[in-house]
Each structure stands twice: as structure tokens, then as C-alpha cells.
Design a protein around this ligand. Sequence first.
Ligand code: GLU
Length: 447
Amino acid sequence: MSFDVSKFMERVIAKNPAEPEFHQAVQEVISSLAPFVDANPRYQKDALLERMVEPERVVSFRVPWVDDQGQVQVNRGYRVQFNSAIGPYKGGCRFSPKVTLGTLKFLGFEQTFKNSLTGLPMGGGKGGADFDGVGKSDAEVMRFCQAFISELFRHIGPDTDVPAGDLGVGGREIGYMFGQYKKLVNRYEGVLTGKGLQFGGSLGRTEATGYGVIYFADHMLKRAGLGGIEGKTVALSGAGNVGCYLIENVNRMGGKCVTVADPFGFVYVPSGITEEHLEFLKPLWAVYRRPIKDFAEKYGFEYREGHRAWEVPCDVACPTATQNELDGEDAKRLLNNGCKAVVEGANMPSTLEAIEIFHDAGILFSPGKASNAGGVAVSGMEMSQNSERYSWTKEEVIGKLQQVMFNIHETCVEYGKKPDGTVNYVNGANIGGFVKVAEAMIAQGIV
Ligand code: GLU
């Protein structure tokens, strides 16, 4: 009997009401999988797909902390331990007032496939809290992180669940969480990734996500006969960690990036963002918490307030901000401006409508679970280094990252190749990520 996507989605929506992002993530994966599981009925047995869309465990907890005025604040923390078939749960923590359980379920679900694609032994998980770090003092951020870990520590561990950063969680927050974890368990272990280099972090972790997106883009463009990143004009929608290192790698590979952005607007630099500009941009948010407008003012560049970067001419577009930041209208604008490839550098940044528009137009499109996997891949390498109590050189790490991105691209081609020779990277990533997890689940029985 052929697999019925609508019936399946009806059940998912009924069981997980008011979680539209989770529905969207499941819809995208299940639509890719339907023809594949029709051709391979073993994957429809024993409610395998039903089990895959149900997190193994969800923890939700109170995070009380005291602000600088002596007032008690109460946030809600979560950890979604989605799937541990191929390794310990692994995935970042997001701190943002927009965080809901539904957001973290979508992210944990995506992470399961992304981590599988890296080829490393990592399951899928995601966590976070509805905490807004903007405008908080350093001491407040520290007290919050300590309170968050004071509950979470009992649910994580280097062989159980290894959180990391995500939006709103960078090196500073990871440091505070690691310190509190170590104090509580009295063990020095690799429980978090993205740590400082002095206490178990991996060289190359900071660069990994942004570099990885561009290594992947280069493979896509070359395979399609479009000549790689060299000479290409790239537009992107961030200026944080992913954005800055993405620009650095584009420059290294002979292309140019013409935009940087934050939630309030974007800066247009038609001549391309240089190394000198990057020196200014790297600490702009990470250290000084300043808006992107400062960059425009410092160098006299055009700042388009309230606009998104998708309105400028470019060959390659890299959404690097957040979910659903690129919609159908943006997609049409990009096509009208000559865009040839959209390579996602965030989790689910394109809406389903936008993806359909790209596919219909026949341009290259890569989902974040493939092209954005470089960060978690190097997190996996950080885990390996922590286990062997040894540090690899940056060249070693970046070399392995390049290999991982190459392998992910090959997997997408293997599972997403169409009869006309072109590749549907959405299908390729979803099916390629699925097979390994599915095989492990089948082998491990109904658990
Ligand atoms: N938050 C990143 C992601 O979405 C990194 C996760 C990690 O390093 O574990 O993949």
C-alpha cells in the first residue's frame, strides 16, 4: 500500500497542536521519504516513521534567577532528546524569547537528520530557554546559565547528551554552563561543545559552520557546471558567527559577499566585504552587542532599514539567520535578480513555498541539514578530541571538515539524483540522513 503523506500529517498535527514549525519540518521530510519508503517497504514496518517523529524524551523545567536589581526572574528551559539511534543526543541550545517547545522539537527533529548526514556517531537533540540575553549584564547572563545547568546537568553527559550553542548561546554562555556542570558533577568531561580552546574546545569550531556552507556550495556549483564559488557574488542574511566565517571562506575561494544583515535591516556593499571589514564585524555582535547599522556608519555603506538582503543581485544566496526568514516573495525577488543557487546556512530558513519556487525554477537549492552541518560536524570532532584527551591541529580539523562536507554532498547526489541528472538536494539530504537512523532503529528493535 502506498504511503499516505496527508494522513500521516493529519495525525502529526492532531498529536502536536500549535507547533507549526514542527509540522513544517516533518512535512518536508515525510514528503521526501514517501516515494522512498514505497519502494522500500521495510521502512514502513513497526511504525518506524511514527516513532521517528516522536521525541524519545522531552524535559521542561523552571529556571529561576536573580537579576541585577535583586528581582527574581523565572524562565522556562527545555531539552528535547529526539533520537539516540546512532549516538548520544547532540545539538545546540537556543536562548531567545521566541523559543517554544514547538521550535525546539522542529530543531531536534532536523538535527537528527543533519547529524546522521555528517557520518559521525551523533543522535539528535536540541534545547534552550525563552531567555532574552539582549540588554542583560554579564553577571545576569552568568547567573542565568548557572540556573539553567543546575537542572539540566542531571539529563546530560558526554555519553548521554552533549549540548552546544545556537542562537543566543555563544562561547561566553558555553563557558558559564561548563563551569557550573563541572562544579555540580565534580568531573572534567566533554559534556558541551563549542568550549574555549583553554578548556577542551576544538580549533576550527568557530569557523566550521560558515566555512562548511561554502565548501558545500562550491561542490554544488561545480557539479552543475557553474564553476564553483570563484568569481561568484554572494548575498547573506547574517553577520554573526556563521555569517562572518562564511564571508571569510568566500573571500579565500575567490568570490565576494555583498551583504550583511541583522533583524533590523541589511548593509549593501557592492564591491564586496573585505578582511578589514571582517575584523570590524566579527566582534560587533559577539563582543559589543551592537547592531549592523554601526558597520554601515563606520564605512559609509548603504543601510536598508527594515529590508532583507534578498533584494540585491547575486549568484548565490545564503540565508544564515533563522527559520522561515526567506519566503515566497523573497524567492521570486532572488530569481528576478539572477540568483543561481540558494545554500542554506541556518535551520529551515526557507519556507516550503520558497523551496517550491526554487525547485520549479530549476535553480540549485540546498537545505540546511546538508549545507549547514559543518558546525555540528566539528562539534563531533571536539567530542572525539575530549575523549582521547588530545587536541588536533587546525589543519587536521579543517581537512576533516572538508571531507565531511564532500561526503554529505555525495550522499545528497546518491539519494537525490533525478533521471535528468540534476539533484534534488532536499530529497537527497532527507533520504540520506534517514537511512542510517532507520537501519539503526530497525536493528535495535522496538525501544
Ligand atoms: N546549533 C548548531 C546546529 O544547529 C550546532 C550544534 C552543535 O554543535 O551541537 O547544528
